[in-house]
Design a protein around this ligand. Structure first.
Ligand SMILES: NC(=O)c1ccc[n+]([C@@H]2O[C@H](COP(=O)([O-])OP(=O)(O)OC[C@H]3O[C@@H](n4cnc5c(N)ncnc54)[C@H](OP(=O)(O)O)[C@@H]3O)[C@@H](O)[C@H]2O)c1
Length: 295
């Protein structure tokens, strides 16, 4: 089966690798061409513009940074909207503002294309193992047709409902939870380091208790070794917290710690940590306390 993948960043590449392995014929578009070189070597076919994917494939997965990027690849000069393939279904896995999703879905539907939102919980490593959770909103019949694709990289698919954008609200809430856990784990590690007790033993104890998290188990040991190899860029965590705060403002919701989290992720971006993993928030907190992250 042919599948198009627009956006070959950390997540889009992982989805493409996985689908290639599962026997799909994969067509790619990425704004920066060189980013898809490894996938081309594996047998994927690179196209010059998103519109070409729409002409070749009835299903196109979009995995780009934000609503602006989604609009570019859908409605730009050579965007998917110009493909003239009435069988096209767009599966947007990007984490974006729900309002942007609604706008994109409505604009595509007007011309007869089908769209669902399917933001992902889990990173590139989990995607490669088929181990993520896909959160889906949009027309149920269309979702059911997309299941055979999502099944290839998802261990679980949760359908939220017919309303476009609903999955995006859910995804933003889930990412806020991660952003705040990363901050709380970082503050504990900073305290432990300042107290000159061993952060490895701190993690061993935490991870033996009911209070452990996936983050403390998987990322914690890397964090205390100052290993911030990116699986989810810190700049994208800032983007998600910003999006959630924007939604909260629109709905009159007061979220004190989310606002504060946005400030700290922004400081980390301003310090040059954009392209590190979001857990490099620890590096910032260490520096604010005159601690080398490795101490
Ligand atoms: N990494 C994770 O663990 C993870 C997990 C779940 C969800 N997500 C979400 O999945 C999406 C992709 O994340 P990622 O980690 O793959 O990010 P990434 O590595 O930063 O990749 C971003 C992708 O978006 C493209 N892009 C950005 N602006 C664009 C524009 N104006 N026009 C066209 N393409 C544009 C980039 O193209 P270039 O290469 O040309 O810059 C790249 O392909 C994001 O919404 C993210 O929040 C990520």
């Amino acid at each position: 089966m042919k599948i198009g993948i627009v956006g070959n960043g950390l997540m889009g590449s992982a989805i493409a690798h996985r689908l290639l392995k599962r026997g799909f014929e994969v067509y790619l578009y990425n704004r920066s061409k060189e980013r898809s070189n490894a996938l081309v070597k594996e047998g994927a076919i690179r196209m010059e513009h998103p519109v070409m994917l729409g002409k070749k494939c009835n299903f196109v997965i979009v995995s780009v940074t934000d609503g602006y990027a989604v609009k570019q690849v859908l409605f730009g000069e050579n965007g998917l909207i110009h493909c003239n393939n009435k069988h096209l279904t767009v599966v947007d896995t990007s984490t974006v503002l729900p309002e942007d999703s609604i706008y994109c879905a409505n604009s595509m539907k007007k011309i007869g294309y089908k769209v669902i939102q399917a933001p992902i919980m889990g990173g590139p490593d989990a995607t490669l193992k088929g181990d993520v959770i896909s959160i889906v909103s949009g027309n149920k019949k269309i979702f059911e047709k997309c299941r055979k694709i999502l099944n290839n990289f998802s261990k679980k698919i949760i359908y939220i409902g017919n309303a476009d954008g609903a999955a995006n609200y859910m995804k933003l809430a889930l990412n806020l939870n991660i952003a705040l856990i990363a901050i709380s784990l970082s503050e504990s590690i900073v305290f432990v380091k300042k107290s000159k007790v061993d952060p490895a033993i701190f993690l061993e104890i935490l991870n033996s208790t009911y209070f452990k998290t996936g983050l403390s188990e998987i990322k914690g040991p890397k964090m205390i070794k100052n290993n911030f190899e990116p699986k989810f860029f810190l700049k994208n965590m800032l983007k998600d917290v910003q999006l959630l705060n924007e939604c909260a403002k629109n709905s009159g919701t007061s979220l004190s710690f989310s606002s504060l989290a946005e400030q700290y992720y922004r400081i980390a971006v301003n310090r040059g940590y954009s392209e590190l993993d979001y857990t490099a928030i620890l590096k910032l907190f260490c520096e604010l306390n005159n601690l080398a992250a490795r101490n």
